[in-house]
Design a protein around this ligand. Structure first.
Ligand SMILES: [Ca+2]
Length: 380
């Protein structure tokens, strides 16, 4: 008999939803200890370096270029900023200074229409359209020999299923009570085989793995943003703010991004106008002209994930760690996701804060996960 477990693809979403509480208990002590040693210099820099400033106080203008790739993208002027946060989640600690060269970033999340053009041009099949391969499992880990449950060994992806009451939440299953692997779910069928994107071509593409996002970028001549680029861009000119527009979640009673309202995960009241993905440009852009940089869908970043990377990362253009390590699932390769999604609630996963970090298996998408791209100066 094979030893069977749920496929690694089901780990992603559970991690997204359980990470908050688990990470608090799993890595706080270690992160704090590490940070005690390493953050002193970072903190010293943070509070003594008067040159820390928002990106555009001395913003360099966008370089003149006729490169068609940057059409419709936003120029993010280089600068230095404080990345991370105090007193939130251990993996956002320590706050530290980062310097970045300027770059262009997509004004919106990559849409179904854009992804359709990529697929039409290349014939690319996303990971959700292929048989599961467990490609995120590290070959030397204790998970190396796991097998996929036969009933799950077919193309599909992760969807959240509606619950009618909290009685349907199985304490043993936790987030698996509402997150399930749905055969036939993929970017063209976000809620399963019978669903369609026919009237959602201006919505962000979902059910794309990190590998799918990278394939799109390679085709488009772009890259995924580094985690530092993403946070710098999301913060705009608002150093230290919780959200891209400030510190108040819904100023003047107006929702500024697409998240979950109501009792999670039972009833999303859709006060912001949406209970699933929203068309891009549904909400106001941030200082740099970026739409839905938080909320709507999680956005893949280029970086491998390590919760303690901030304590050791370089000052200039940090590329992310050289290897992945998630204490919760050390045998699985994780990449960073940022920005939160329409599934994020202040009752559960407040991943829509600009400093909030998330991680996912690089071969796994979900119905609340997409991406946007960047072009850097060295790519011109
Ligand atoms: Ca919403």
């Amino acid at each position: 008999m094979y030893k069977v477990i749920l496929p690694a693809i089901t780990f992603l979403v559970a991690a997204c939803l359980l990470a908050w509480a688990l990470l608090m208990t799993t890595v706080r002590e270690k992160a704090t200890e590490t940070a005690r040693v390493s953050s002193q210099s970072a903190t010293t820099v943070t509070h003594q370096d008067a040159s820390v400033q928002s990106a555009t106080e001395h913003a360099e203008p966008a370089p003149a270029t006729d490169d068609s790739r940057v059409v419709g993208m936003c120029w993010i002027p280089g600068g230095r900023f404080e990345m991370g946060a105090l007193n939130t989640v251990p993996d956002e600690f320590p706050p530290h200074i980062v310097e970045l060269d300027g770059f262009w970033m997509d004004a919106t999340e990559v849409t179904n229409q854009q992804f359709r053009e990529f697929v039409d041009a290349t014939g690319y099949l996303t990971t959700a359209e292929r048989a599961p391969e467990l490609r995120s499992i590290m070959p030397d880990s204790e998970l190396a020999n796991v097998k996929i449950l036969p009933e799950l060994n077919q193309p599909g992806s992760i969807c959240s299923l509606p619950l009618s009451s909290r009685d349907e939440i199985d304490p043993q299953k936790g987030a698996y009570s509402w997150w399930q692997y749905v055969p036939g779910a993929n970017w063209m069928h976000p809620e399963g085989a019978e669903s369609t994107i026919e009237h959602r071509m201006d919505h962000p593409v979902v059910h794309v793995s990190w590998l799918d996002a990278k394939a799109y970028c390679d085709w488009a001549g772009k890259k995924l943003p580094t985690e530092a680029q993403w946070e710098f861009a999301a913060r705009g000119n608002r150093a230290g703010s919780v959200y891209p527009w400030g510190d108040t979640l819904n100023p003047d009673g107006h929702w500024r991004h697409n998240i979950w309202q109501g009792e999670f995960p039972i009833k999303d009241t859709g006060e912001d106008g949406f209970t699933r993905t929203a068309p891009v440009r549904s909400f106001p852009a941030n200082d740099f002209g970026l739409y839905e940089i938080t909320g709507n869908v999680w956005e893949w970043c280029a970086d491998l994930y390590q919760p303690e990377y901030y304590a050791v990362c370089p000052l200039k253009n940090p590329p992310g760690p050289e290897s992945s390590f998630d204490p919760q699932e050390p045998g699985i390769i994780k990449r960073v996701q940022r920005g939160g999604s329409f599934m994020c609630s202040d009752q559960y996963c407040v991943g829509y804060r600009v400093s909030a970090r998330m991680k996912g298996e690089e071969d796994t998408g979900a119905f609340h996960t997409g991406f946007r791209c960047v072009v850097t100066l060295d790519m011109l």
